[in-house]
Design a protein. Structure first.
Lengths: 581, 357
């Protein structure tokens, strides 16, 4: 018991010394390693524990350049004991120690430790001999307490991570109940092996030259070598190599294959939970995408011709689509792209702007807000084709002027101002430009009005709720500062809800580039006259319809790329303009 | 600019249908001299913020008038009152830089950009944030945001500066520092300043004039020390001072005020009645021959002085706290100790109105 009391003191003494010698560096290294030390602790259990313990001692002493005889001995004692018992812990300590040790007189101190353990052997060589009493207690199980102080001085943090490892009983120095057997069974078994290795270690250190820096490094690496591979390693490794090797050790590369497989499987359990979704996604999303991608490069793909489904690989589909040379007449890709692009690029910002104004107006009234909200949301519930049909009726030319029936509401209205009827729904009647690609402004106008109107409900809903989340204080502050209403809207409200605005813009553009049903609703299945009001999706669909899937695939890939580009640009812009609060 | 508040009342409609309206501010009358720092002090829900917002024009009064100098501003829009308001949460525009935030009021006044920039820089210098101008509010600490908010309020040279709980979002140390800063800025600019706080220490430390409010009614107006030394009623006495005043139930008999059956102070010519006796913690003197006996529970040593925690059955609070100089030697064991009281630290309040006698 007296010994026990003395030991903690020893530990303390050490601590102080360490602090003096290597205030910054040792502390640092210790910490860095501490993380690494964990896995090592585990591995150590299965391998040579003793080697570790040796290193630990090394570390503890590493701070002192030339340990005085009395002290090292005391220390060693403690360490040696600890080595024997909580092997796992020691290991951790050692693993860390290996590095710092490299610099200091590791060799010496290490030697001292084994000495302590097998009293007869090393004690003769080292100063440990001078204090036989201390040496003895080391060998006994009770001395577990001492392990702690020893381990702590340089690497207080190391001890902790160790505690987290799977074999906590072995690791946690149980200061409180020294009687309790600390050793896990495995360690006990390895006891003899340890012993020999330790002797070896001691020898290695000695031979290495003990005092020089290089020698220390090599000594440390030797220890590690045993520890890692179960056999000695050439003692000429540089410090850097030591570190590298250390890493491999700590990453668990010395686990058995079986263990590694089990570990891997466990870490992948999460996949089970998402499996149904993943499977469905693979079948219905990923496969078609890949398929389309591949087929787009098959020339003259004919699925019905089993013997000779396609002529060969190449870009011909793309070339033909882009040249408008599909040999089928009908839609022109550039015309479709232009139609889609113009309508989208005008209608999306316009509908966001109108939606914003409506949302602001809506949030500033209280009385009939609910009723307005309901009314404004109704179009969202209406079928696109049905809405298109109604709009088509509005823009009809039939029934105006000469005819007595009045169904072309817009033309009739314009008639009051003396504007002659416009054949809105026949693109060919009102177009700018000549050649294959034209700007059908009148029809665009119809499509834009339709898109804006159809897009409003959702946008109002989103913006209205975004407005509710803006802190009222900003408006009060603006009021105090005398900002006008429009200034409040543009300088405060809009930036405050800019994340939502950008969301609406990007999704709106994406949706717009894929529009199809709205045009069909307005202009009929032929999308105007012979697809001259066609959209890109309409173009694709047309070729699927005709069985020319190659062009359809090529068209959809092109559309995909175009949408990607536009989205990337809007993303880039919005990153600069959008403030997330 | 002189501010005068006349019969100011604010009633909010009741949340319950046909319920009574909630009176936030009730018939308030204050004259605030030009260039003073005035604190509206009271527990939460006492109407102090509402008063401030009525001054700013963000809330319109139900009744009464607000005059800036002789001009009636009661119905004037906020931006035309020439006020600067610092919000409790600062309300800095997150998407603007500090400079844009400070310049914002100026751009609304159509001041040319160069001039506005120069003015913004001046204001920033005043609050010592001139090197933060390019940052966004989210990149500032709480204290820095606070300064930006003050700079934004000051940049247009308001006639009146209003601060709504300006220190409540700062940590204790920063609070001390910032309140001195506010005092300094107010002195330097000479702007009539009204600020709202629930922290009596804060109000006492920087106010020229303090207005103590409770449930929408002004309890007392005056200089902080004067209010502390002569509280108008039990509420004010209770609200001011840390540790708070000790209140005992007592009585006046034959010109003496009694706690229990111990005559503590002379009551002059007051007639015999049941009373509350308030004694400030610093009003106790340890004296074995003293009149008041307290059952001392323990003594807390604070360094500069000692805080004695004791019990008395007439006390309205569970413990009686008294502070005495640390040099005074106390008996080592607890138990009954005798105290004398300083007459100027003792206040007598009548039982029914809790008014001072």
């Amino acid at each position: 018991m007296a010994d026990k009391k003395e030991k903690p003191e020893v530990g303390e003494v050490k601590k102080e010394e360490v602090a003096e010698k290597k205030p910054a560096s040792s502390a640092k290294t210790a910490t860095t390693k501490s993380t690494a030390a964990k896995p090592a602790a585990k591995t150590a259990a299965s391998k040579s524990t003793a080697a570790k313990s040796a290193t630990k001692t090394t570390e503890s002493k590493s701070a002192e350049k030339k340990p005085t005889a009395a002290k090292p001995a005391a220390k060693t004692t403690a360490t040696a004991k600890s080595a024997a018992k909580p092997a796992a812990k020691t290991t951790a300590a050692k693993s860390m120690a290996a590095k710092p040790a490299a610099k200091t007189t590791a060799a010496k101190s290490t030697a001292a430790k084994p000495a302590a353990k097998s009293v007869t052997k090393s004690s003769a060589k080292k100063p440990a001999a001078a204090k036989p009493d201390e040496v003895k207690p080391v060998a006994e199980p009770e001395i577990v307490e001492e392990i702690k102080p020893v381990a702590q001085p340089e690497t207080v943090e190391e001890v902790k991570p160790v505690a987290e490892t799977p074999a906590p009983e072995a690791i946690v120095p149980d200061t409180v109940q020294p009687e309790q057997p600390v050793l896990p069974v495995t360690e006990v078994k390895e006891e003899p092996a340890k012993q020999t290795i330790m002797q070896k270690t001691a020898g290695a250190f000695k031979t290495a030259g003990a005092k020089t820096k290089a020698a220390c490094v090599s000594a440390a690496s030797t220890v590690k070598g045993w520890f890692v591979k179960g056999k000695p390693v050439e003692a000429t490794v540089s410090e850097g190599d030591v570190n590298a090797e250390m890493k491999t050790v700590l990453s668990g590369s010395n686990l058995s294959t079986k263990e590694r497989i089990i570990r891997f499987c466990r870490s992948q359990t999460g996949w089970l939970f998402v499996l149904p979704a993943v499977v469905l996604m693979c079948i219905f999303t990923l496969y078609p995408i890949f398929n389309a991608f591949i087929r787009a490069f098959m020339e003259n793909y004919m699925p019905t011709n089993k013997a000779h489904p396609f002529d060969g690989w190449g870009f011909e589909n793309f070339v033909r689509v882009l040249k408008g040379d599909t040999g089928m007449g009908g839609a022109n890709f550039w015309q479709c792209l232009l139609n889609t692009f113009i309508v989208t690029i005008i209608s999306v910002p316009l509908s966001i702007l109108i939606a914003l104004l409506i949302a602001v107006a809506l949030s500033s009234i209280k009385a009939v807000r609910k009723a307005y909200q309901t009314i404004l949301f109704l179009p969202y519930l209406t079928n696109a084709l049905a809405m298109g049909a109604v709009f088509a009726t509005f823009f009809q030319i039939i029934g105006t002027k000469s005819n007595t029936e009045t169904i072309g509401m817009v033309n009739n209205f314009l008639g009051w101002f003396g504007i002659s009827p416009i054949d809105w729904l026949n693109p060919n009647m009102h177009a700018w430009g000549s050649g294959t690609v034209k700007v059908y402004w009148a029809s665009y106008l119809v499509a834009i009005i339709y898109d804006v109107w159809a897009g409003l409900p959702f946008k109002i809903l989103i913006l209205f709720s975004a407005l509710q989340s803006v802190n009222k204080q900003y408006y009060d502050a603006a009021k105090i500062d005398g900002a006008s209403r429009s200034k409040v809207l543009w300088k405060i409200t809009a930036p405050m809800i800019s994340p939502m605005l950008s969301y609406l813009f990007i999704t709106g553009i994406m949706g717009g580039m894929k529009s199809y049903s709205s045009i069909v609703g307005l202009f009929g299945e032929q999308m105007g006259r012979d697809f001259n009001m066609g959209t890109v999706v309409g173009y694709i669909y047309q070729y699927i319809d005709k069985g020319q899937t190659g062009y359809a695939f090529a068209g959809s890939l092109l559309l995909f790329v175009i949408i990607m580009i536009i989205t990337a640009i809007s993303n880039y812009v919005s990153k600069k303009r959008v403030t997330y609060t | 600019m002189k501010i005068s508040i006349q019969n100011l009342t604010k009633a909010f409609p009741s949340r319950v249908k046909k319920g009574d309206p909630v009176i936030a501010v009730n018939d308030m009358n204050i004259e605030i001299p030009s260039g003073k720092l005035v604190g509206l002090l009271g527990p939460s829900g006492c109407g102090k913020s509402t008063t401030l917002f009525m001054l700013s024009g963000l809330e319109s009064p139900t009744k009464g008038k607000i005059l800036f100098d002789e001009q009636d501003v009661t119905t004037l829009a906020p931006e035309r009152r020439g006020i600067g308001l610092v919000f409790q949460n600062y309300a800095l525009y997150p998407h603007m830089t500090v400079e844009q935030n400070i310049m914002f009021p100026l751009t609304n006044m159509r001041i040319p950009k160069q001039e506005a920039k120069a003015k913004a820089l001046d204001a920033a210098r005043l609050v010592q944030i001139e090197d933060l101008l390019a940052r966004k509010p989210s990149e500032l600490s709480g204290g820095q945001q606070q300064r930006v908010a003050i700079a934004r309020a000051l940049v247009k040279m308001p006639n009146v500066l209003l601060l709504d709980e300006p220190l409540s979002n700062l940590d204790a140390r920063l609070r001390l520092q910032t309140r001195e800063e506010i005092k300094r800025i107010q002195r330097e600019t000479g702007i009539t300043t009204v600020f709202v706080t629930h922290d009596q220490e804060e109000a006492m430390s920087i106010c020229d004039i303090m207005v103590v409010m409770k449930l929408g009614i002004v309890q007392q107006i005056g200089e902080p020390q004067a209010i502390y030394d002569n509280p108008a009623n039990l509420f004010v006495a209770n609200f001011l001072g840390t540790p708070p005043i000790n209140i005992f139930k007592g009585k006046i008999e034959n010109g003496m005020a009694y706690i229990g059956d111990e005559a503590v102070v002379k009551a002059g010519k007051l007639e015999n009645q049941e009373i509350y006796i308030g004694i400030r913690p610093e009003g106790f003197i340890y004296d074995p021959k003293g009149a008041l006996s307290l059952d001392v529970d323990h003594v807390e040593v604070m360094g500069r002085d000692k805080s004695i925690v004791s019990r008395h059955e007439a006390s309205t609070k569970p413990t009686v706290r008294s502070i005495i100089d640390s040099d005074v030697k106390l008996p080592s064991d607890t138990g009954i100790m005798k105290f004398k009281v300083k007459p100027n630290k003792v206040f007598l309040f009548n039982m029914d109105e809790e008014r001072i006698l």
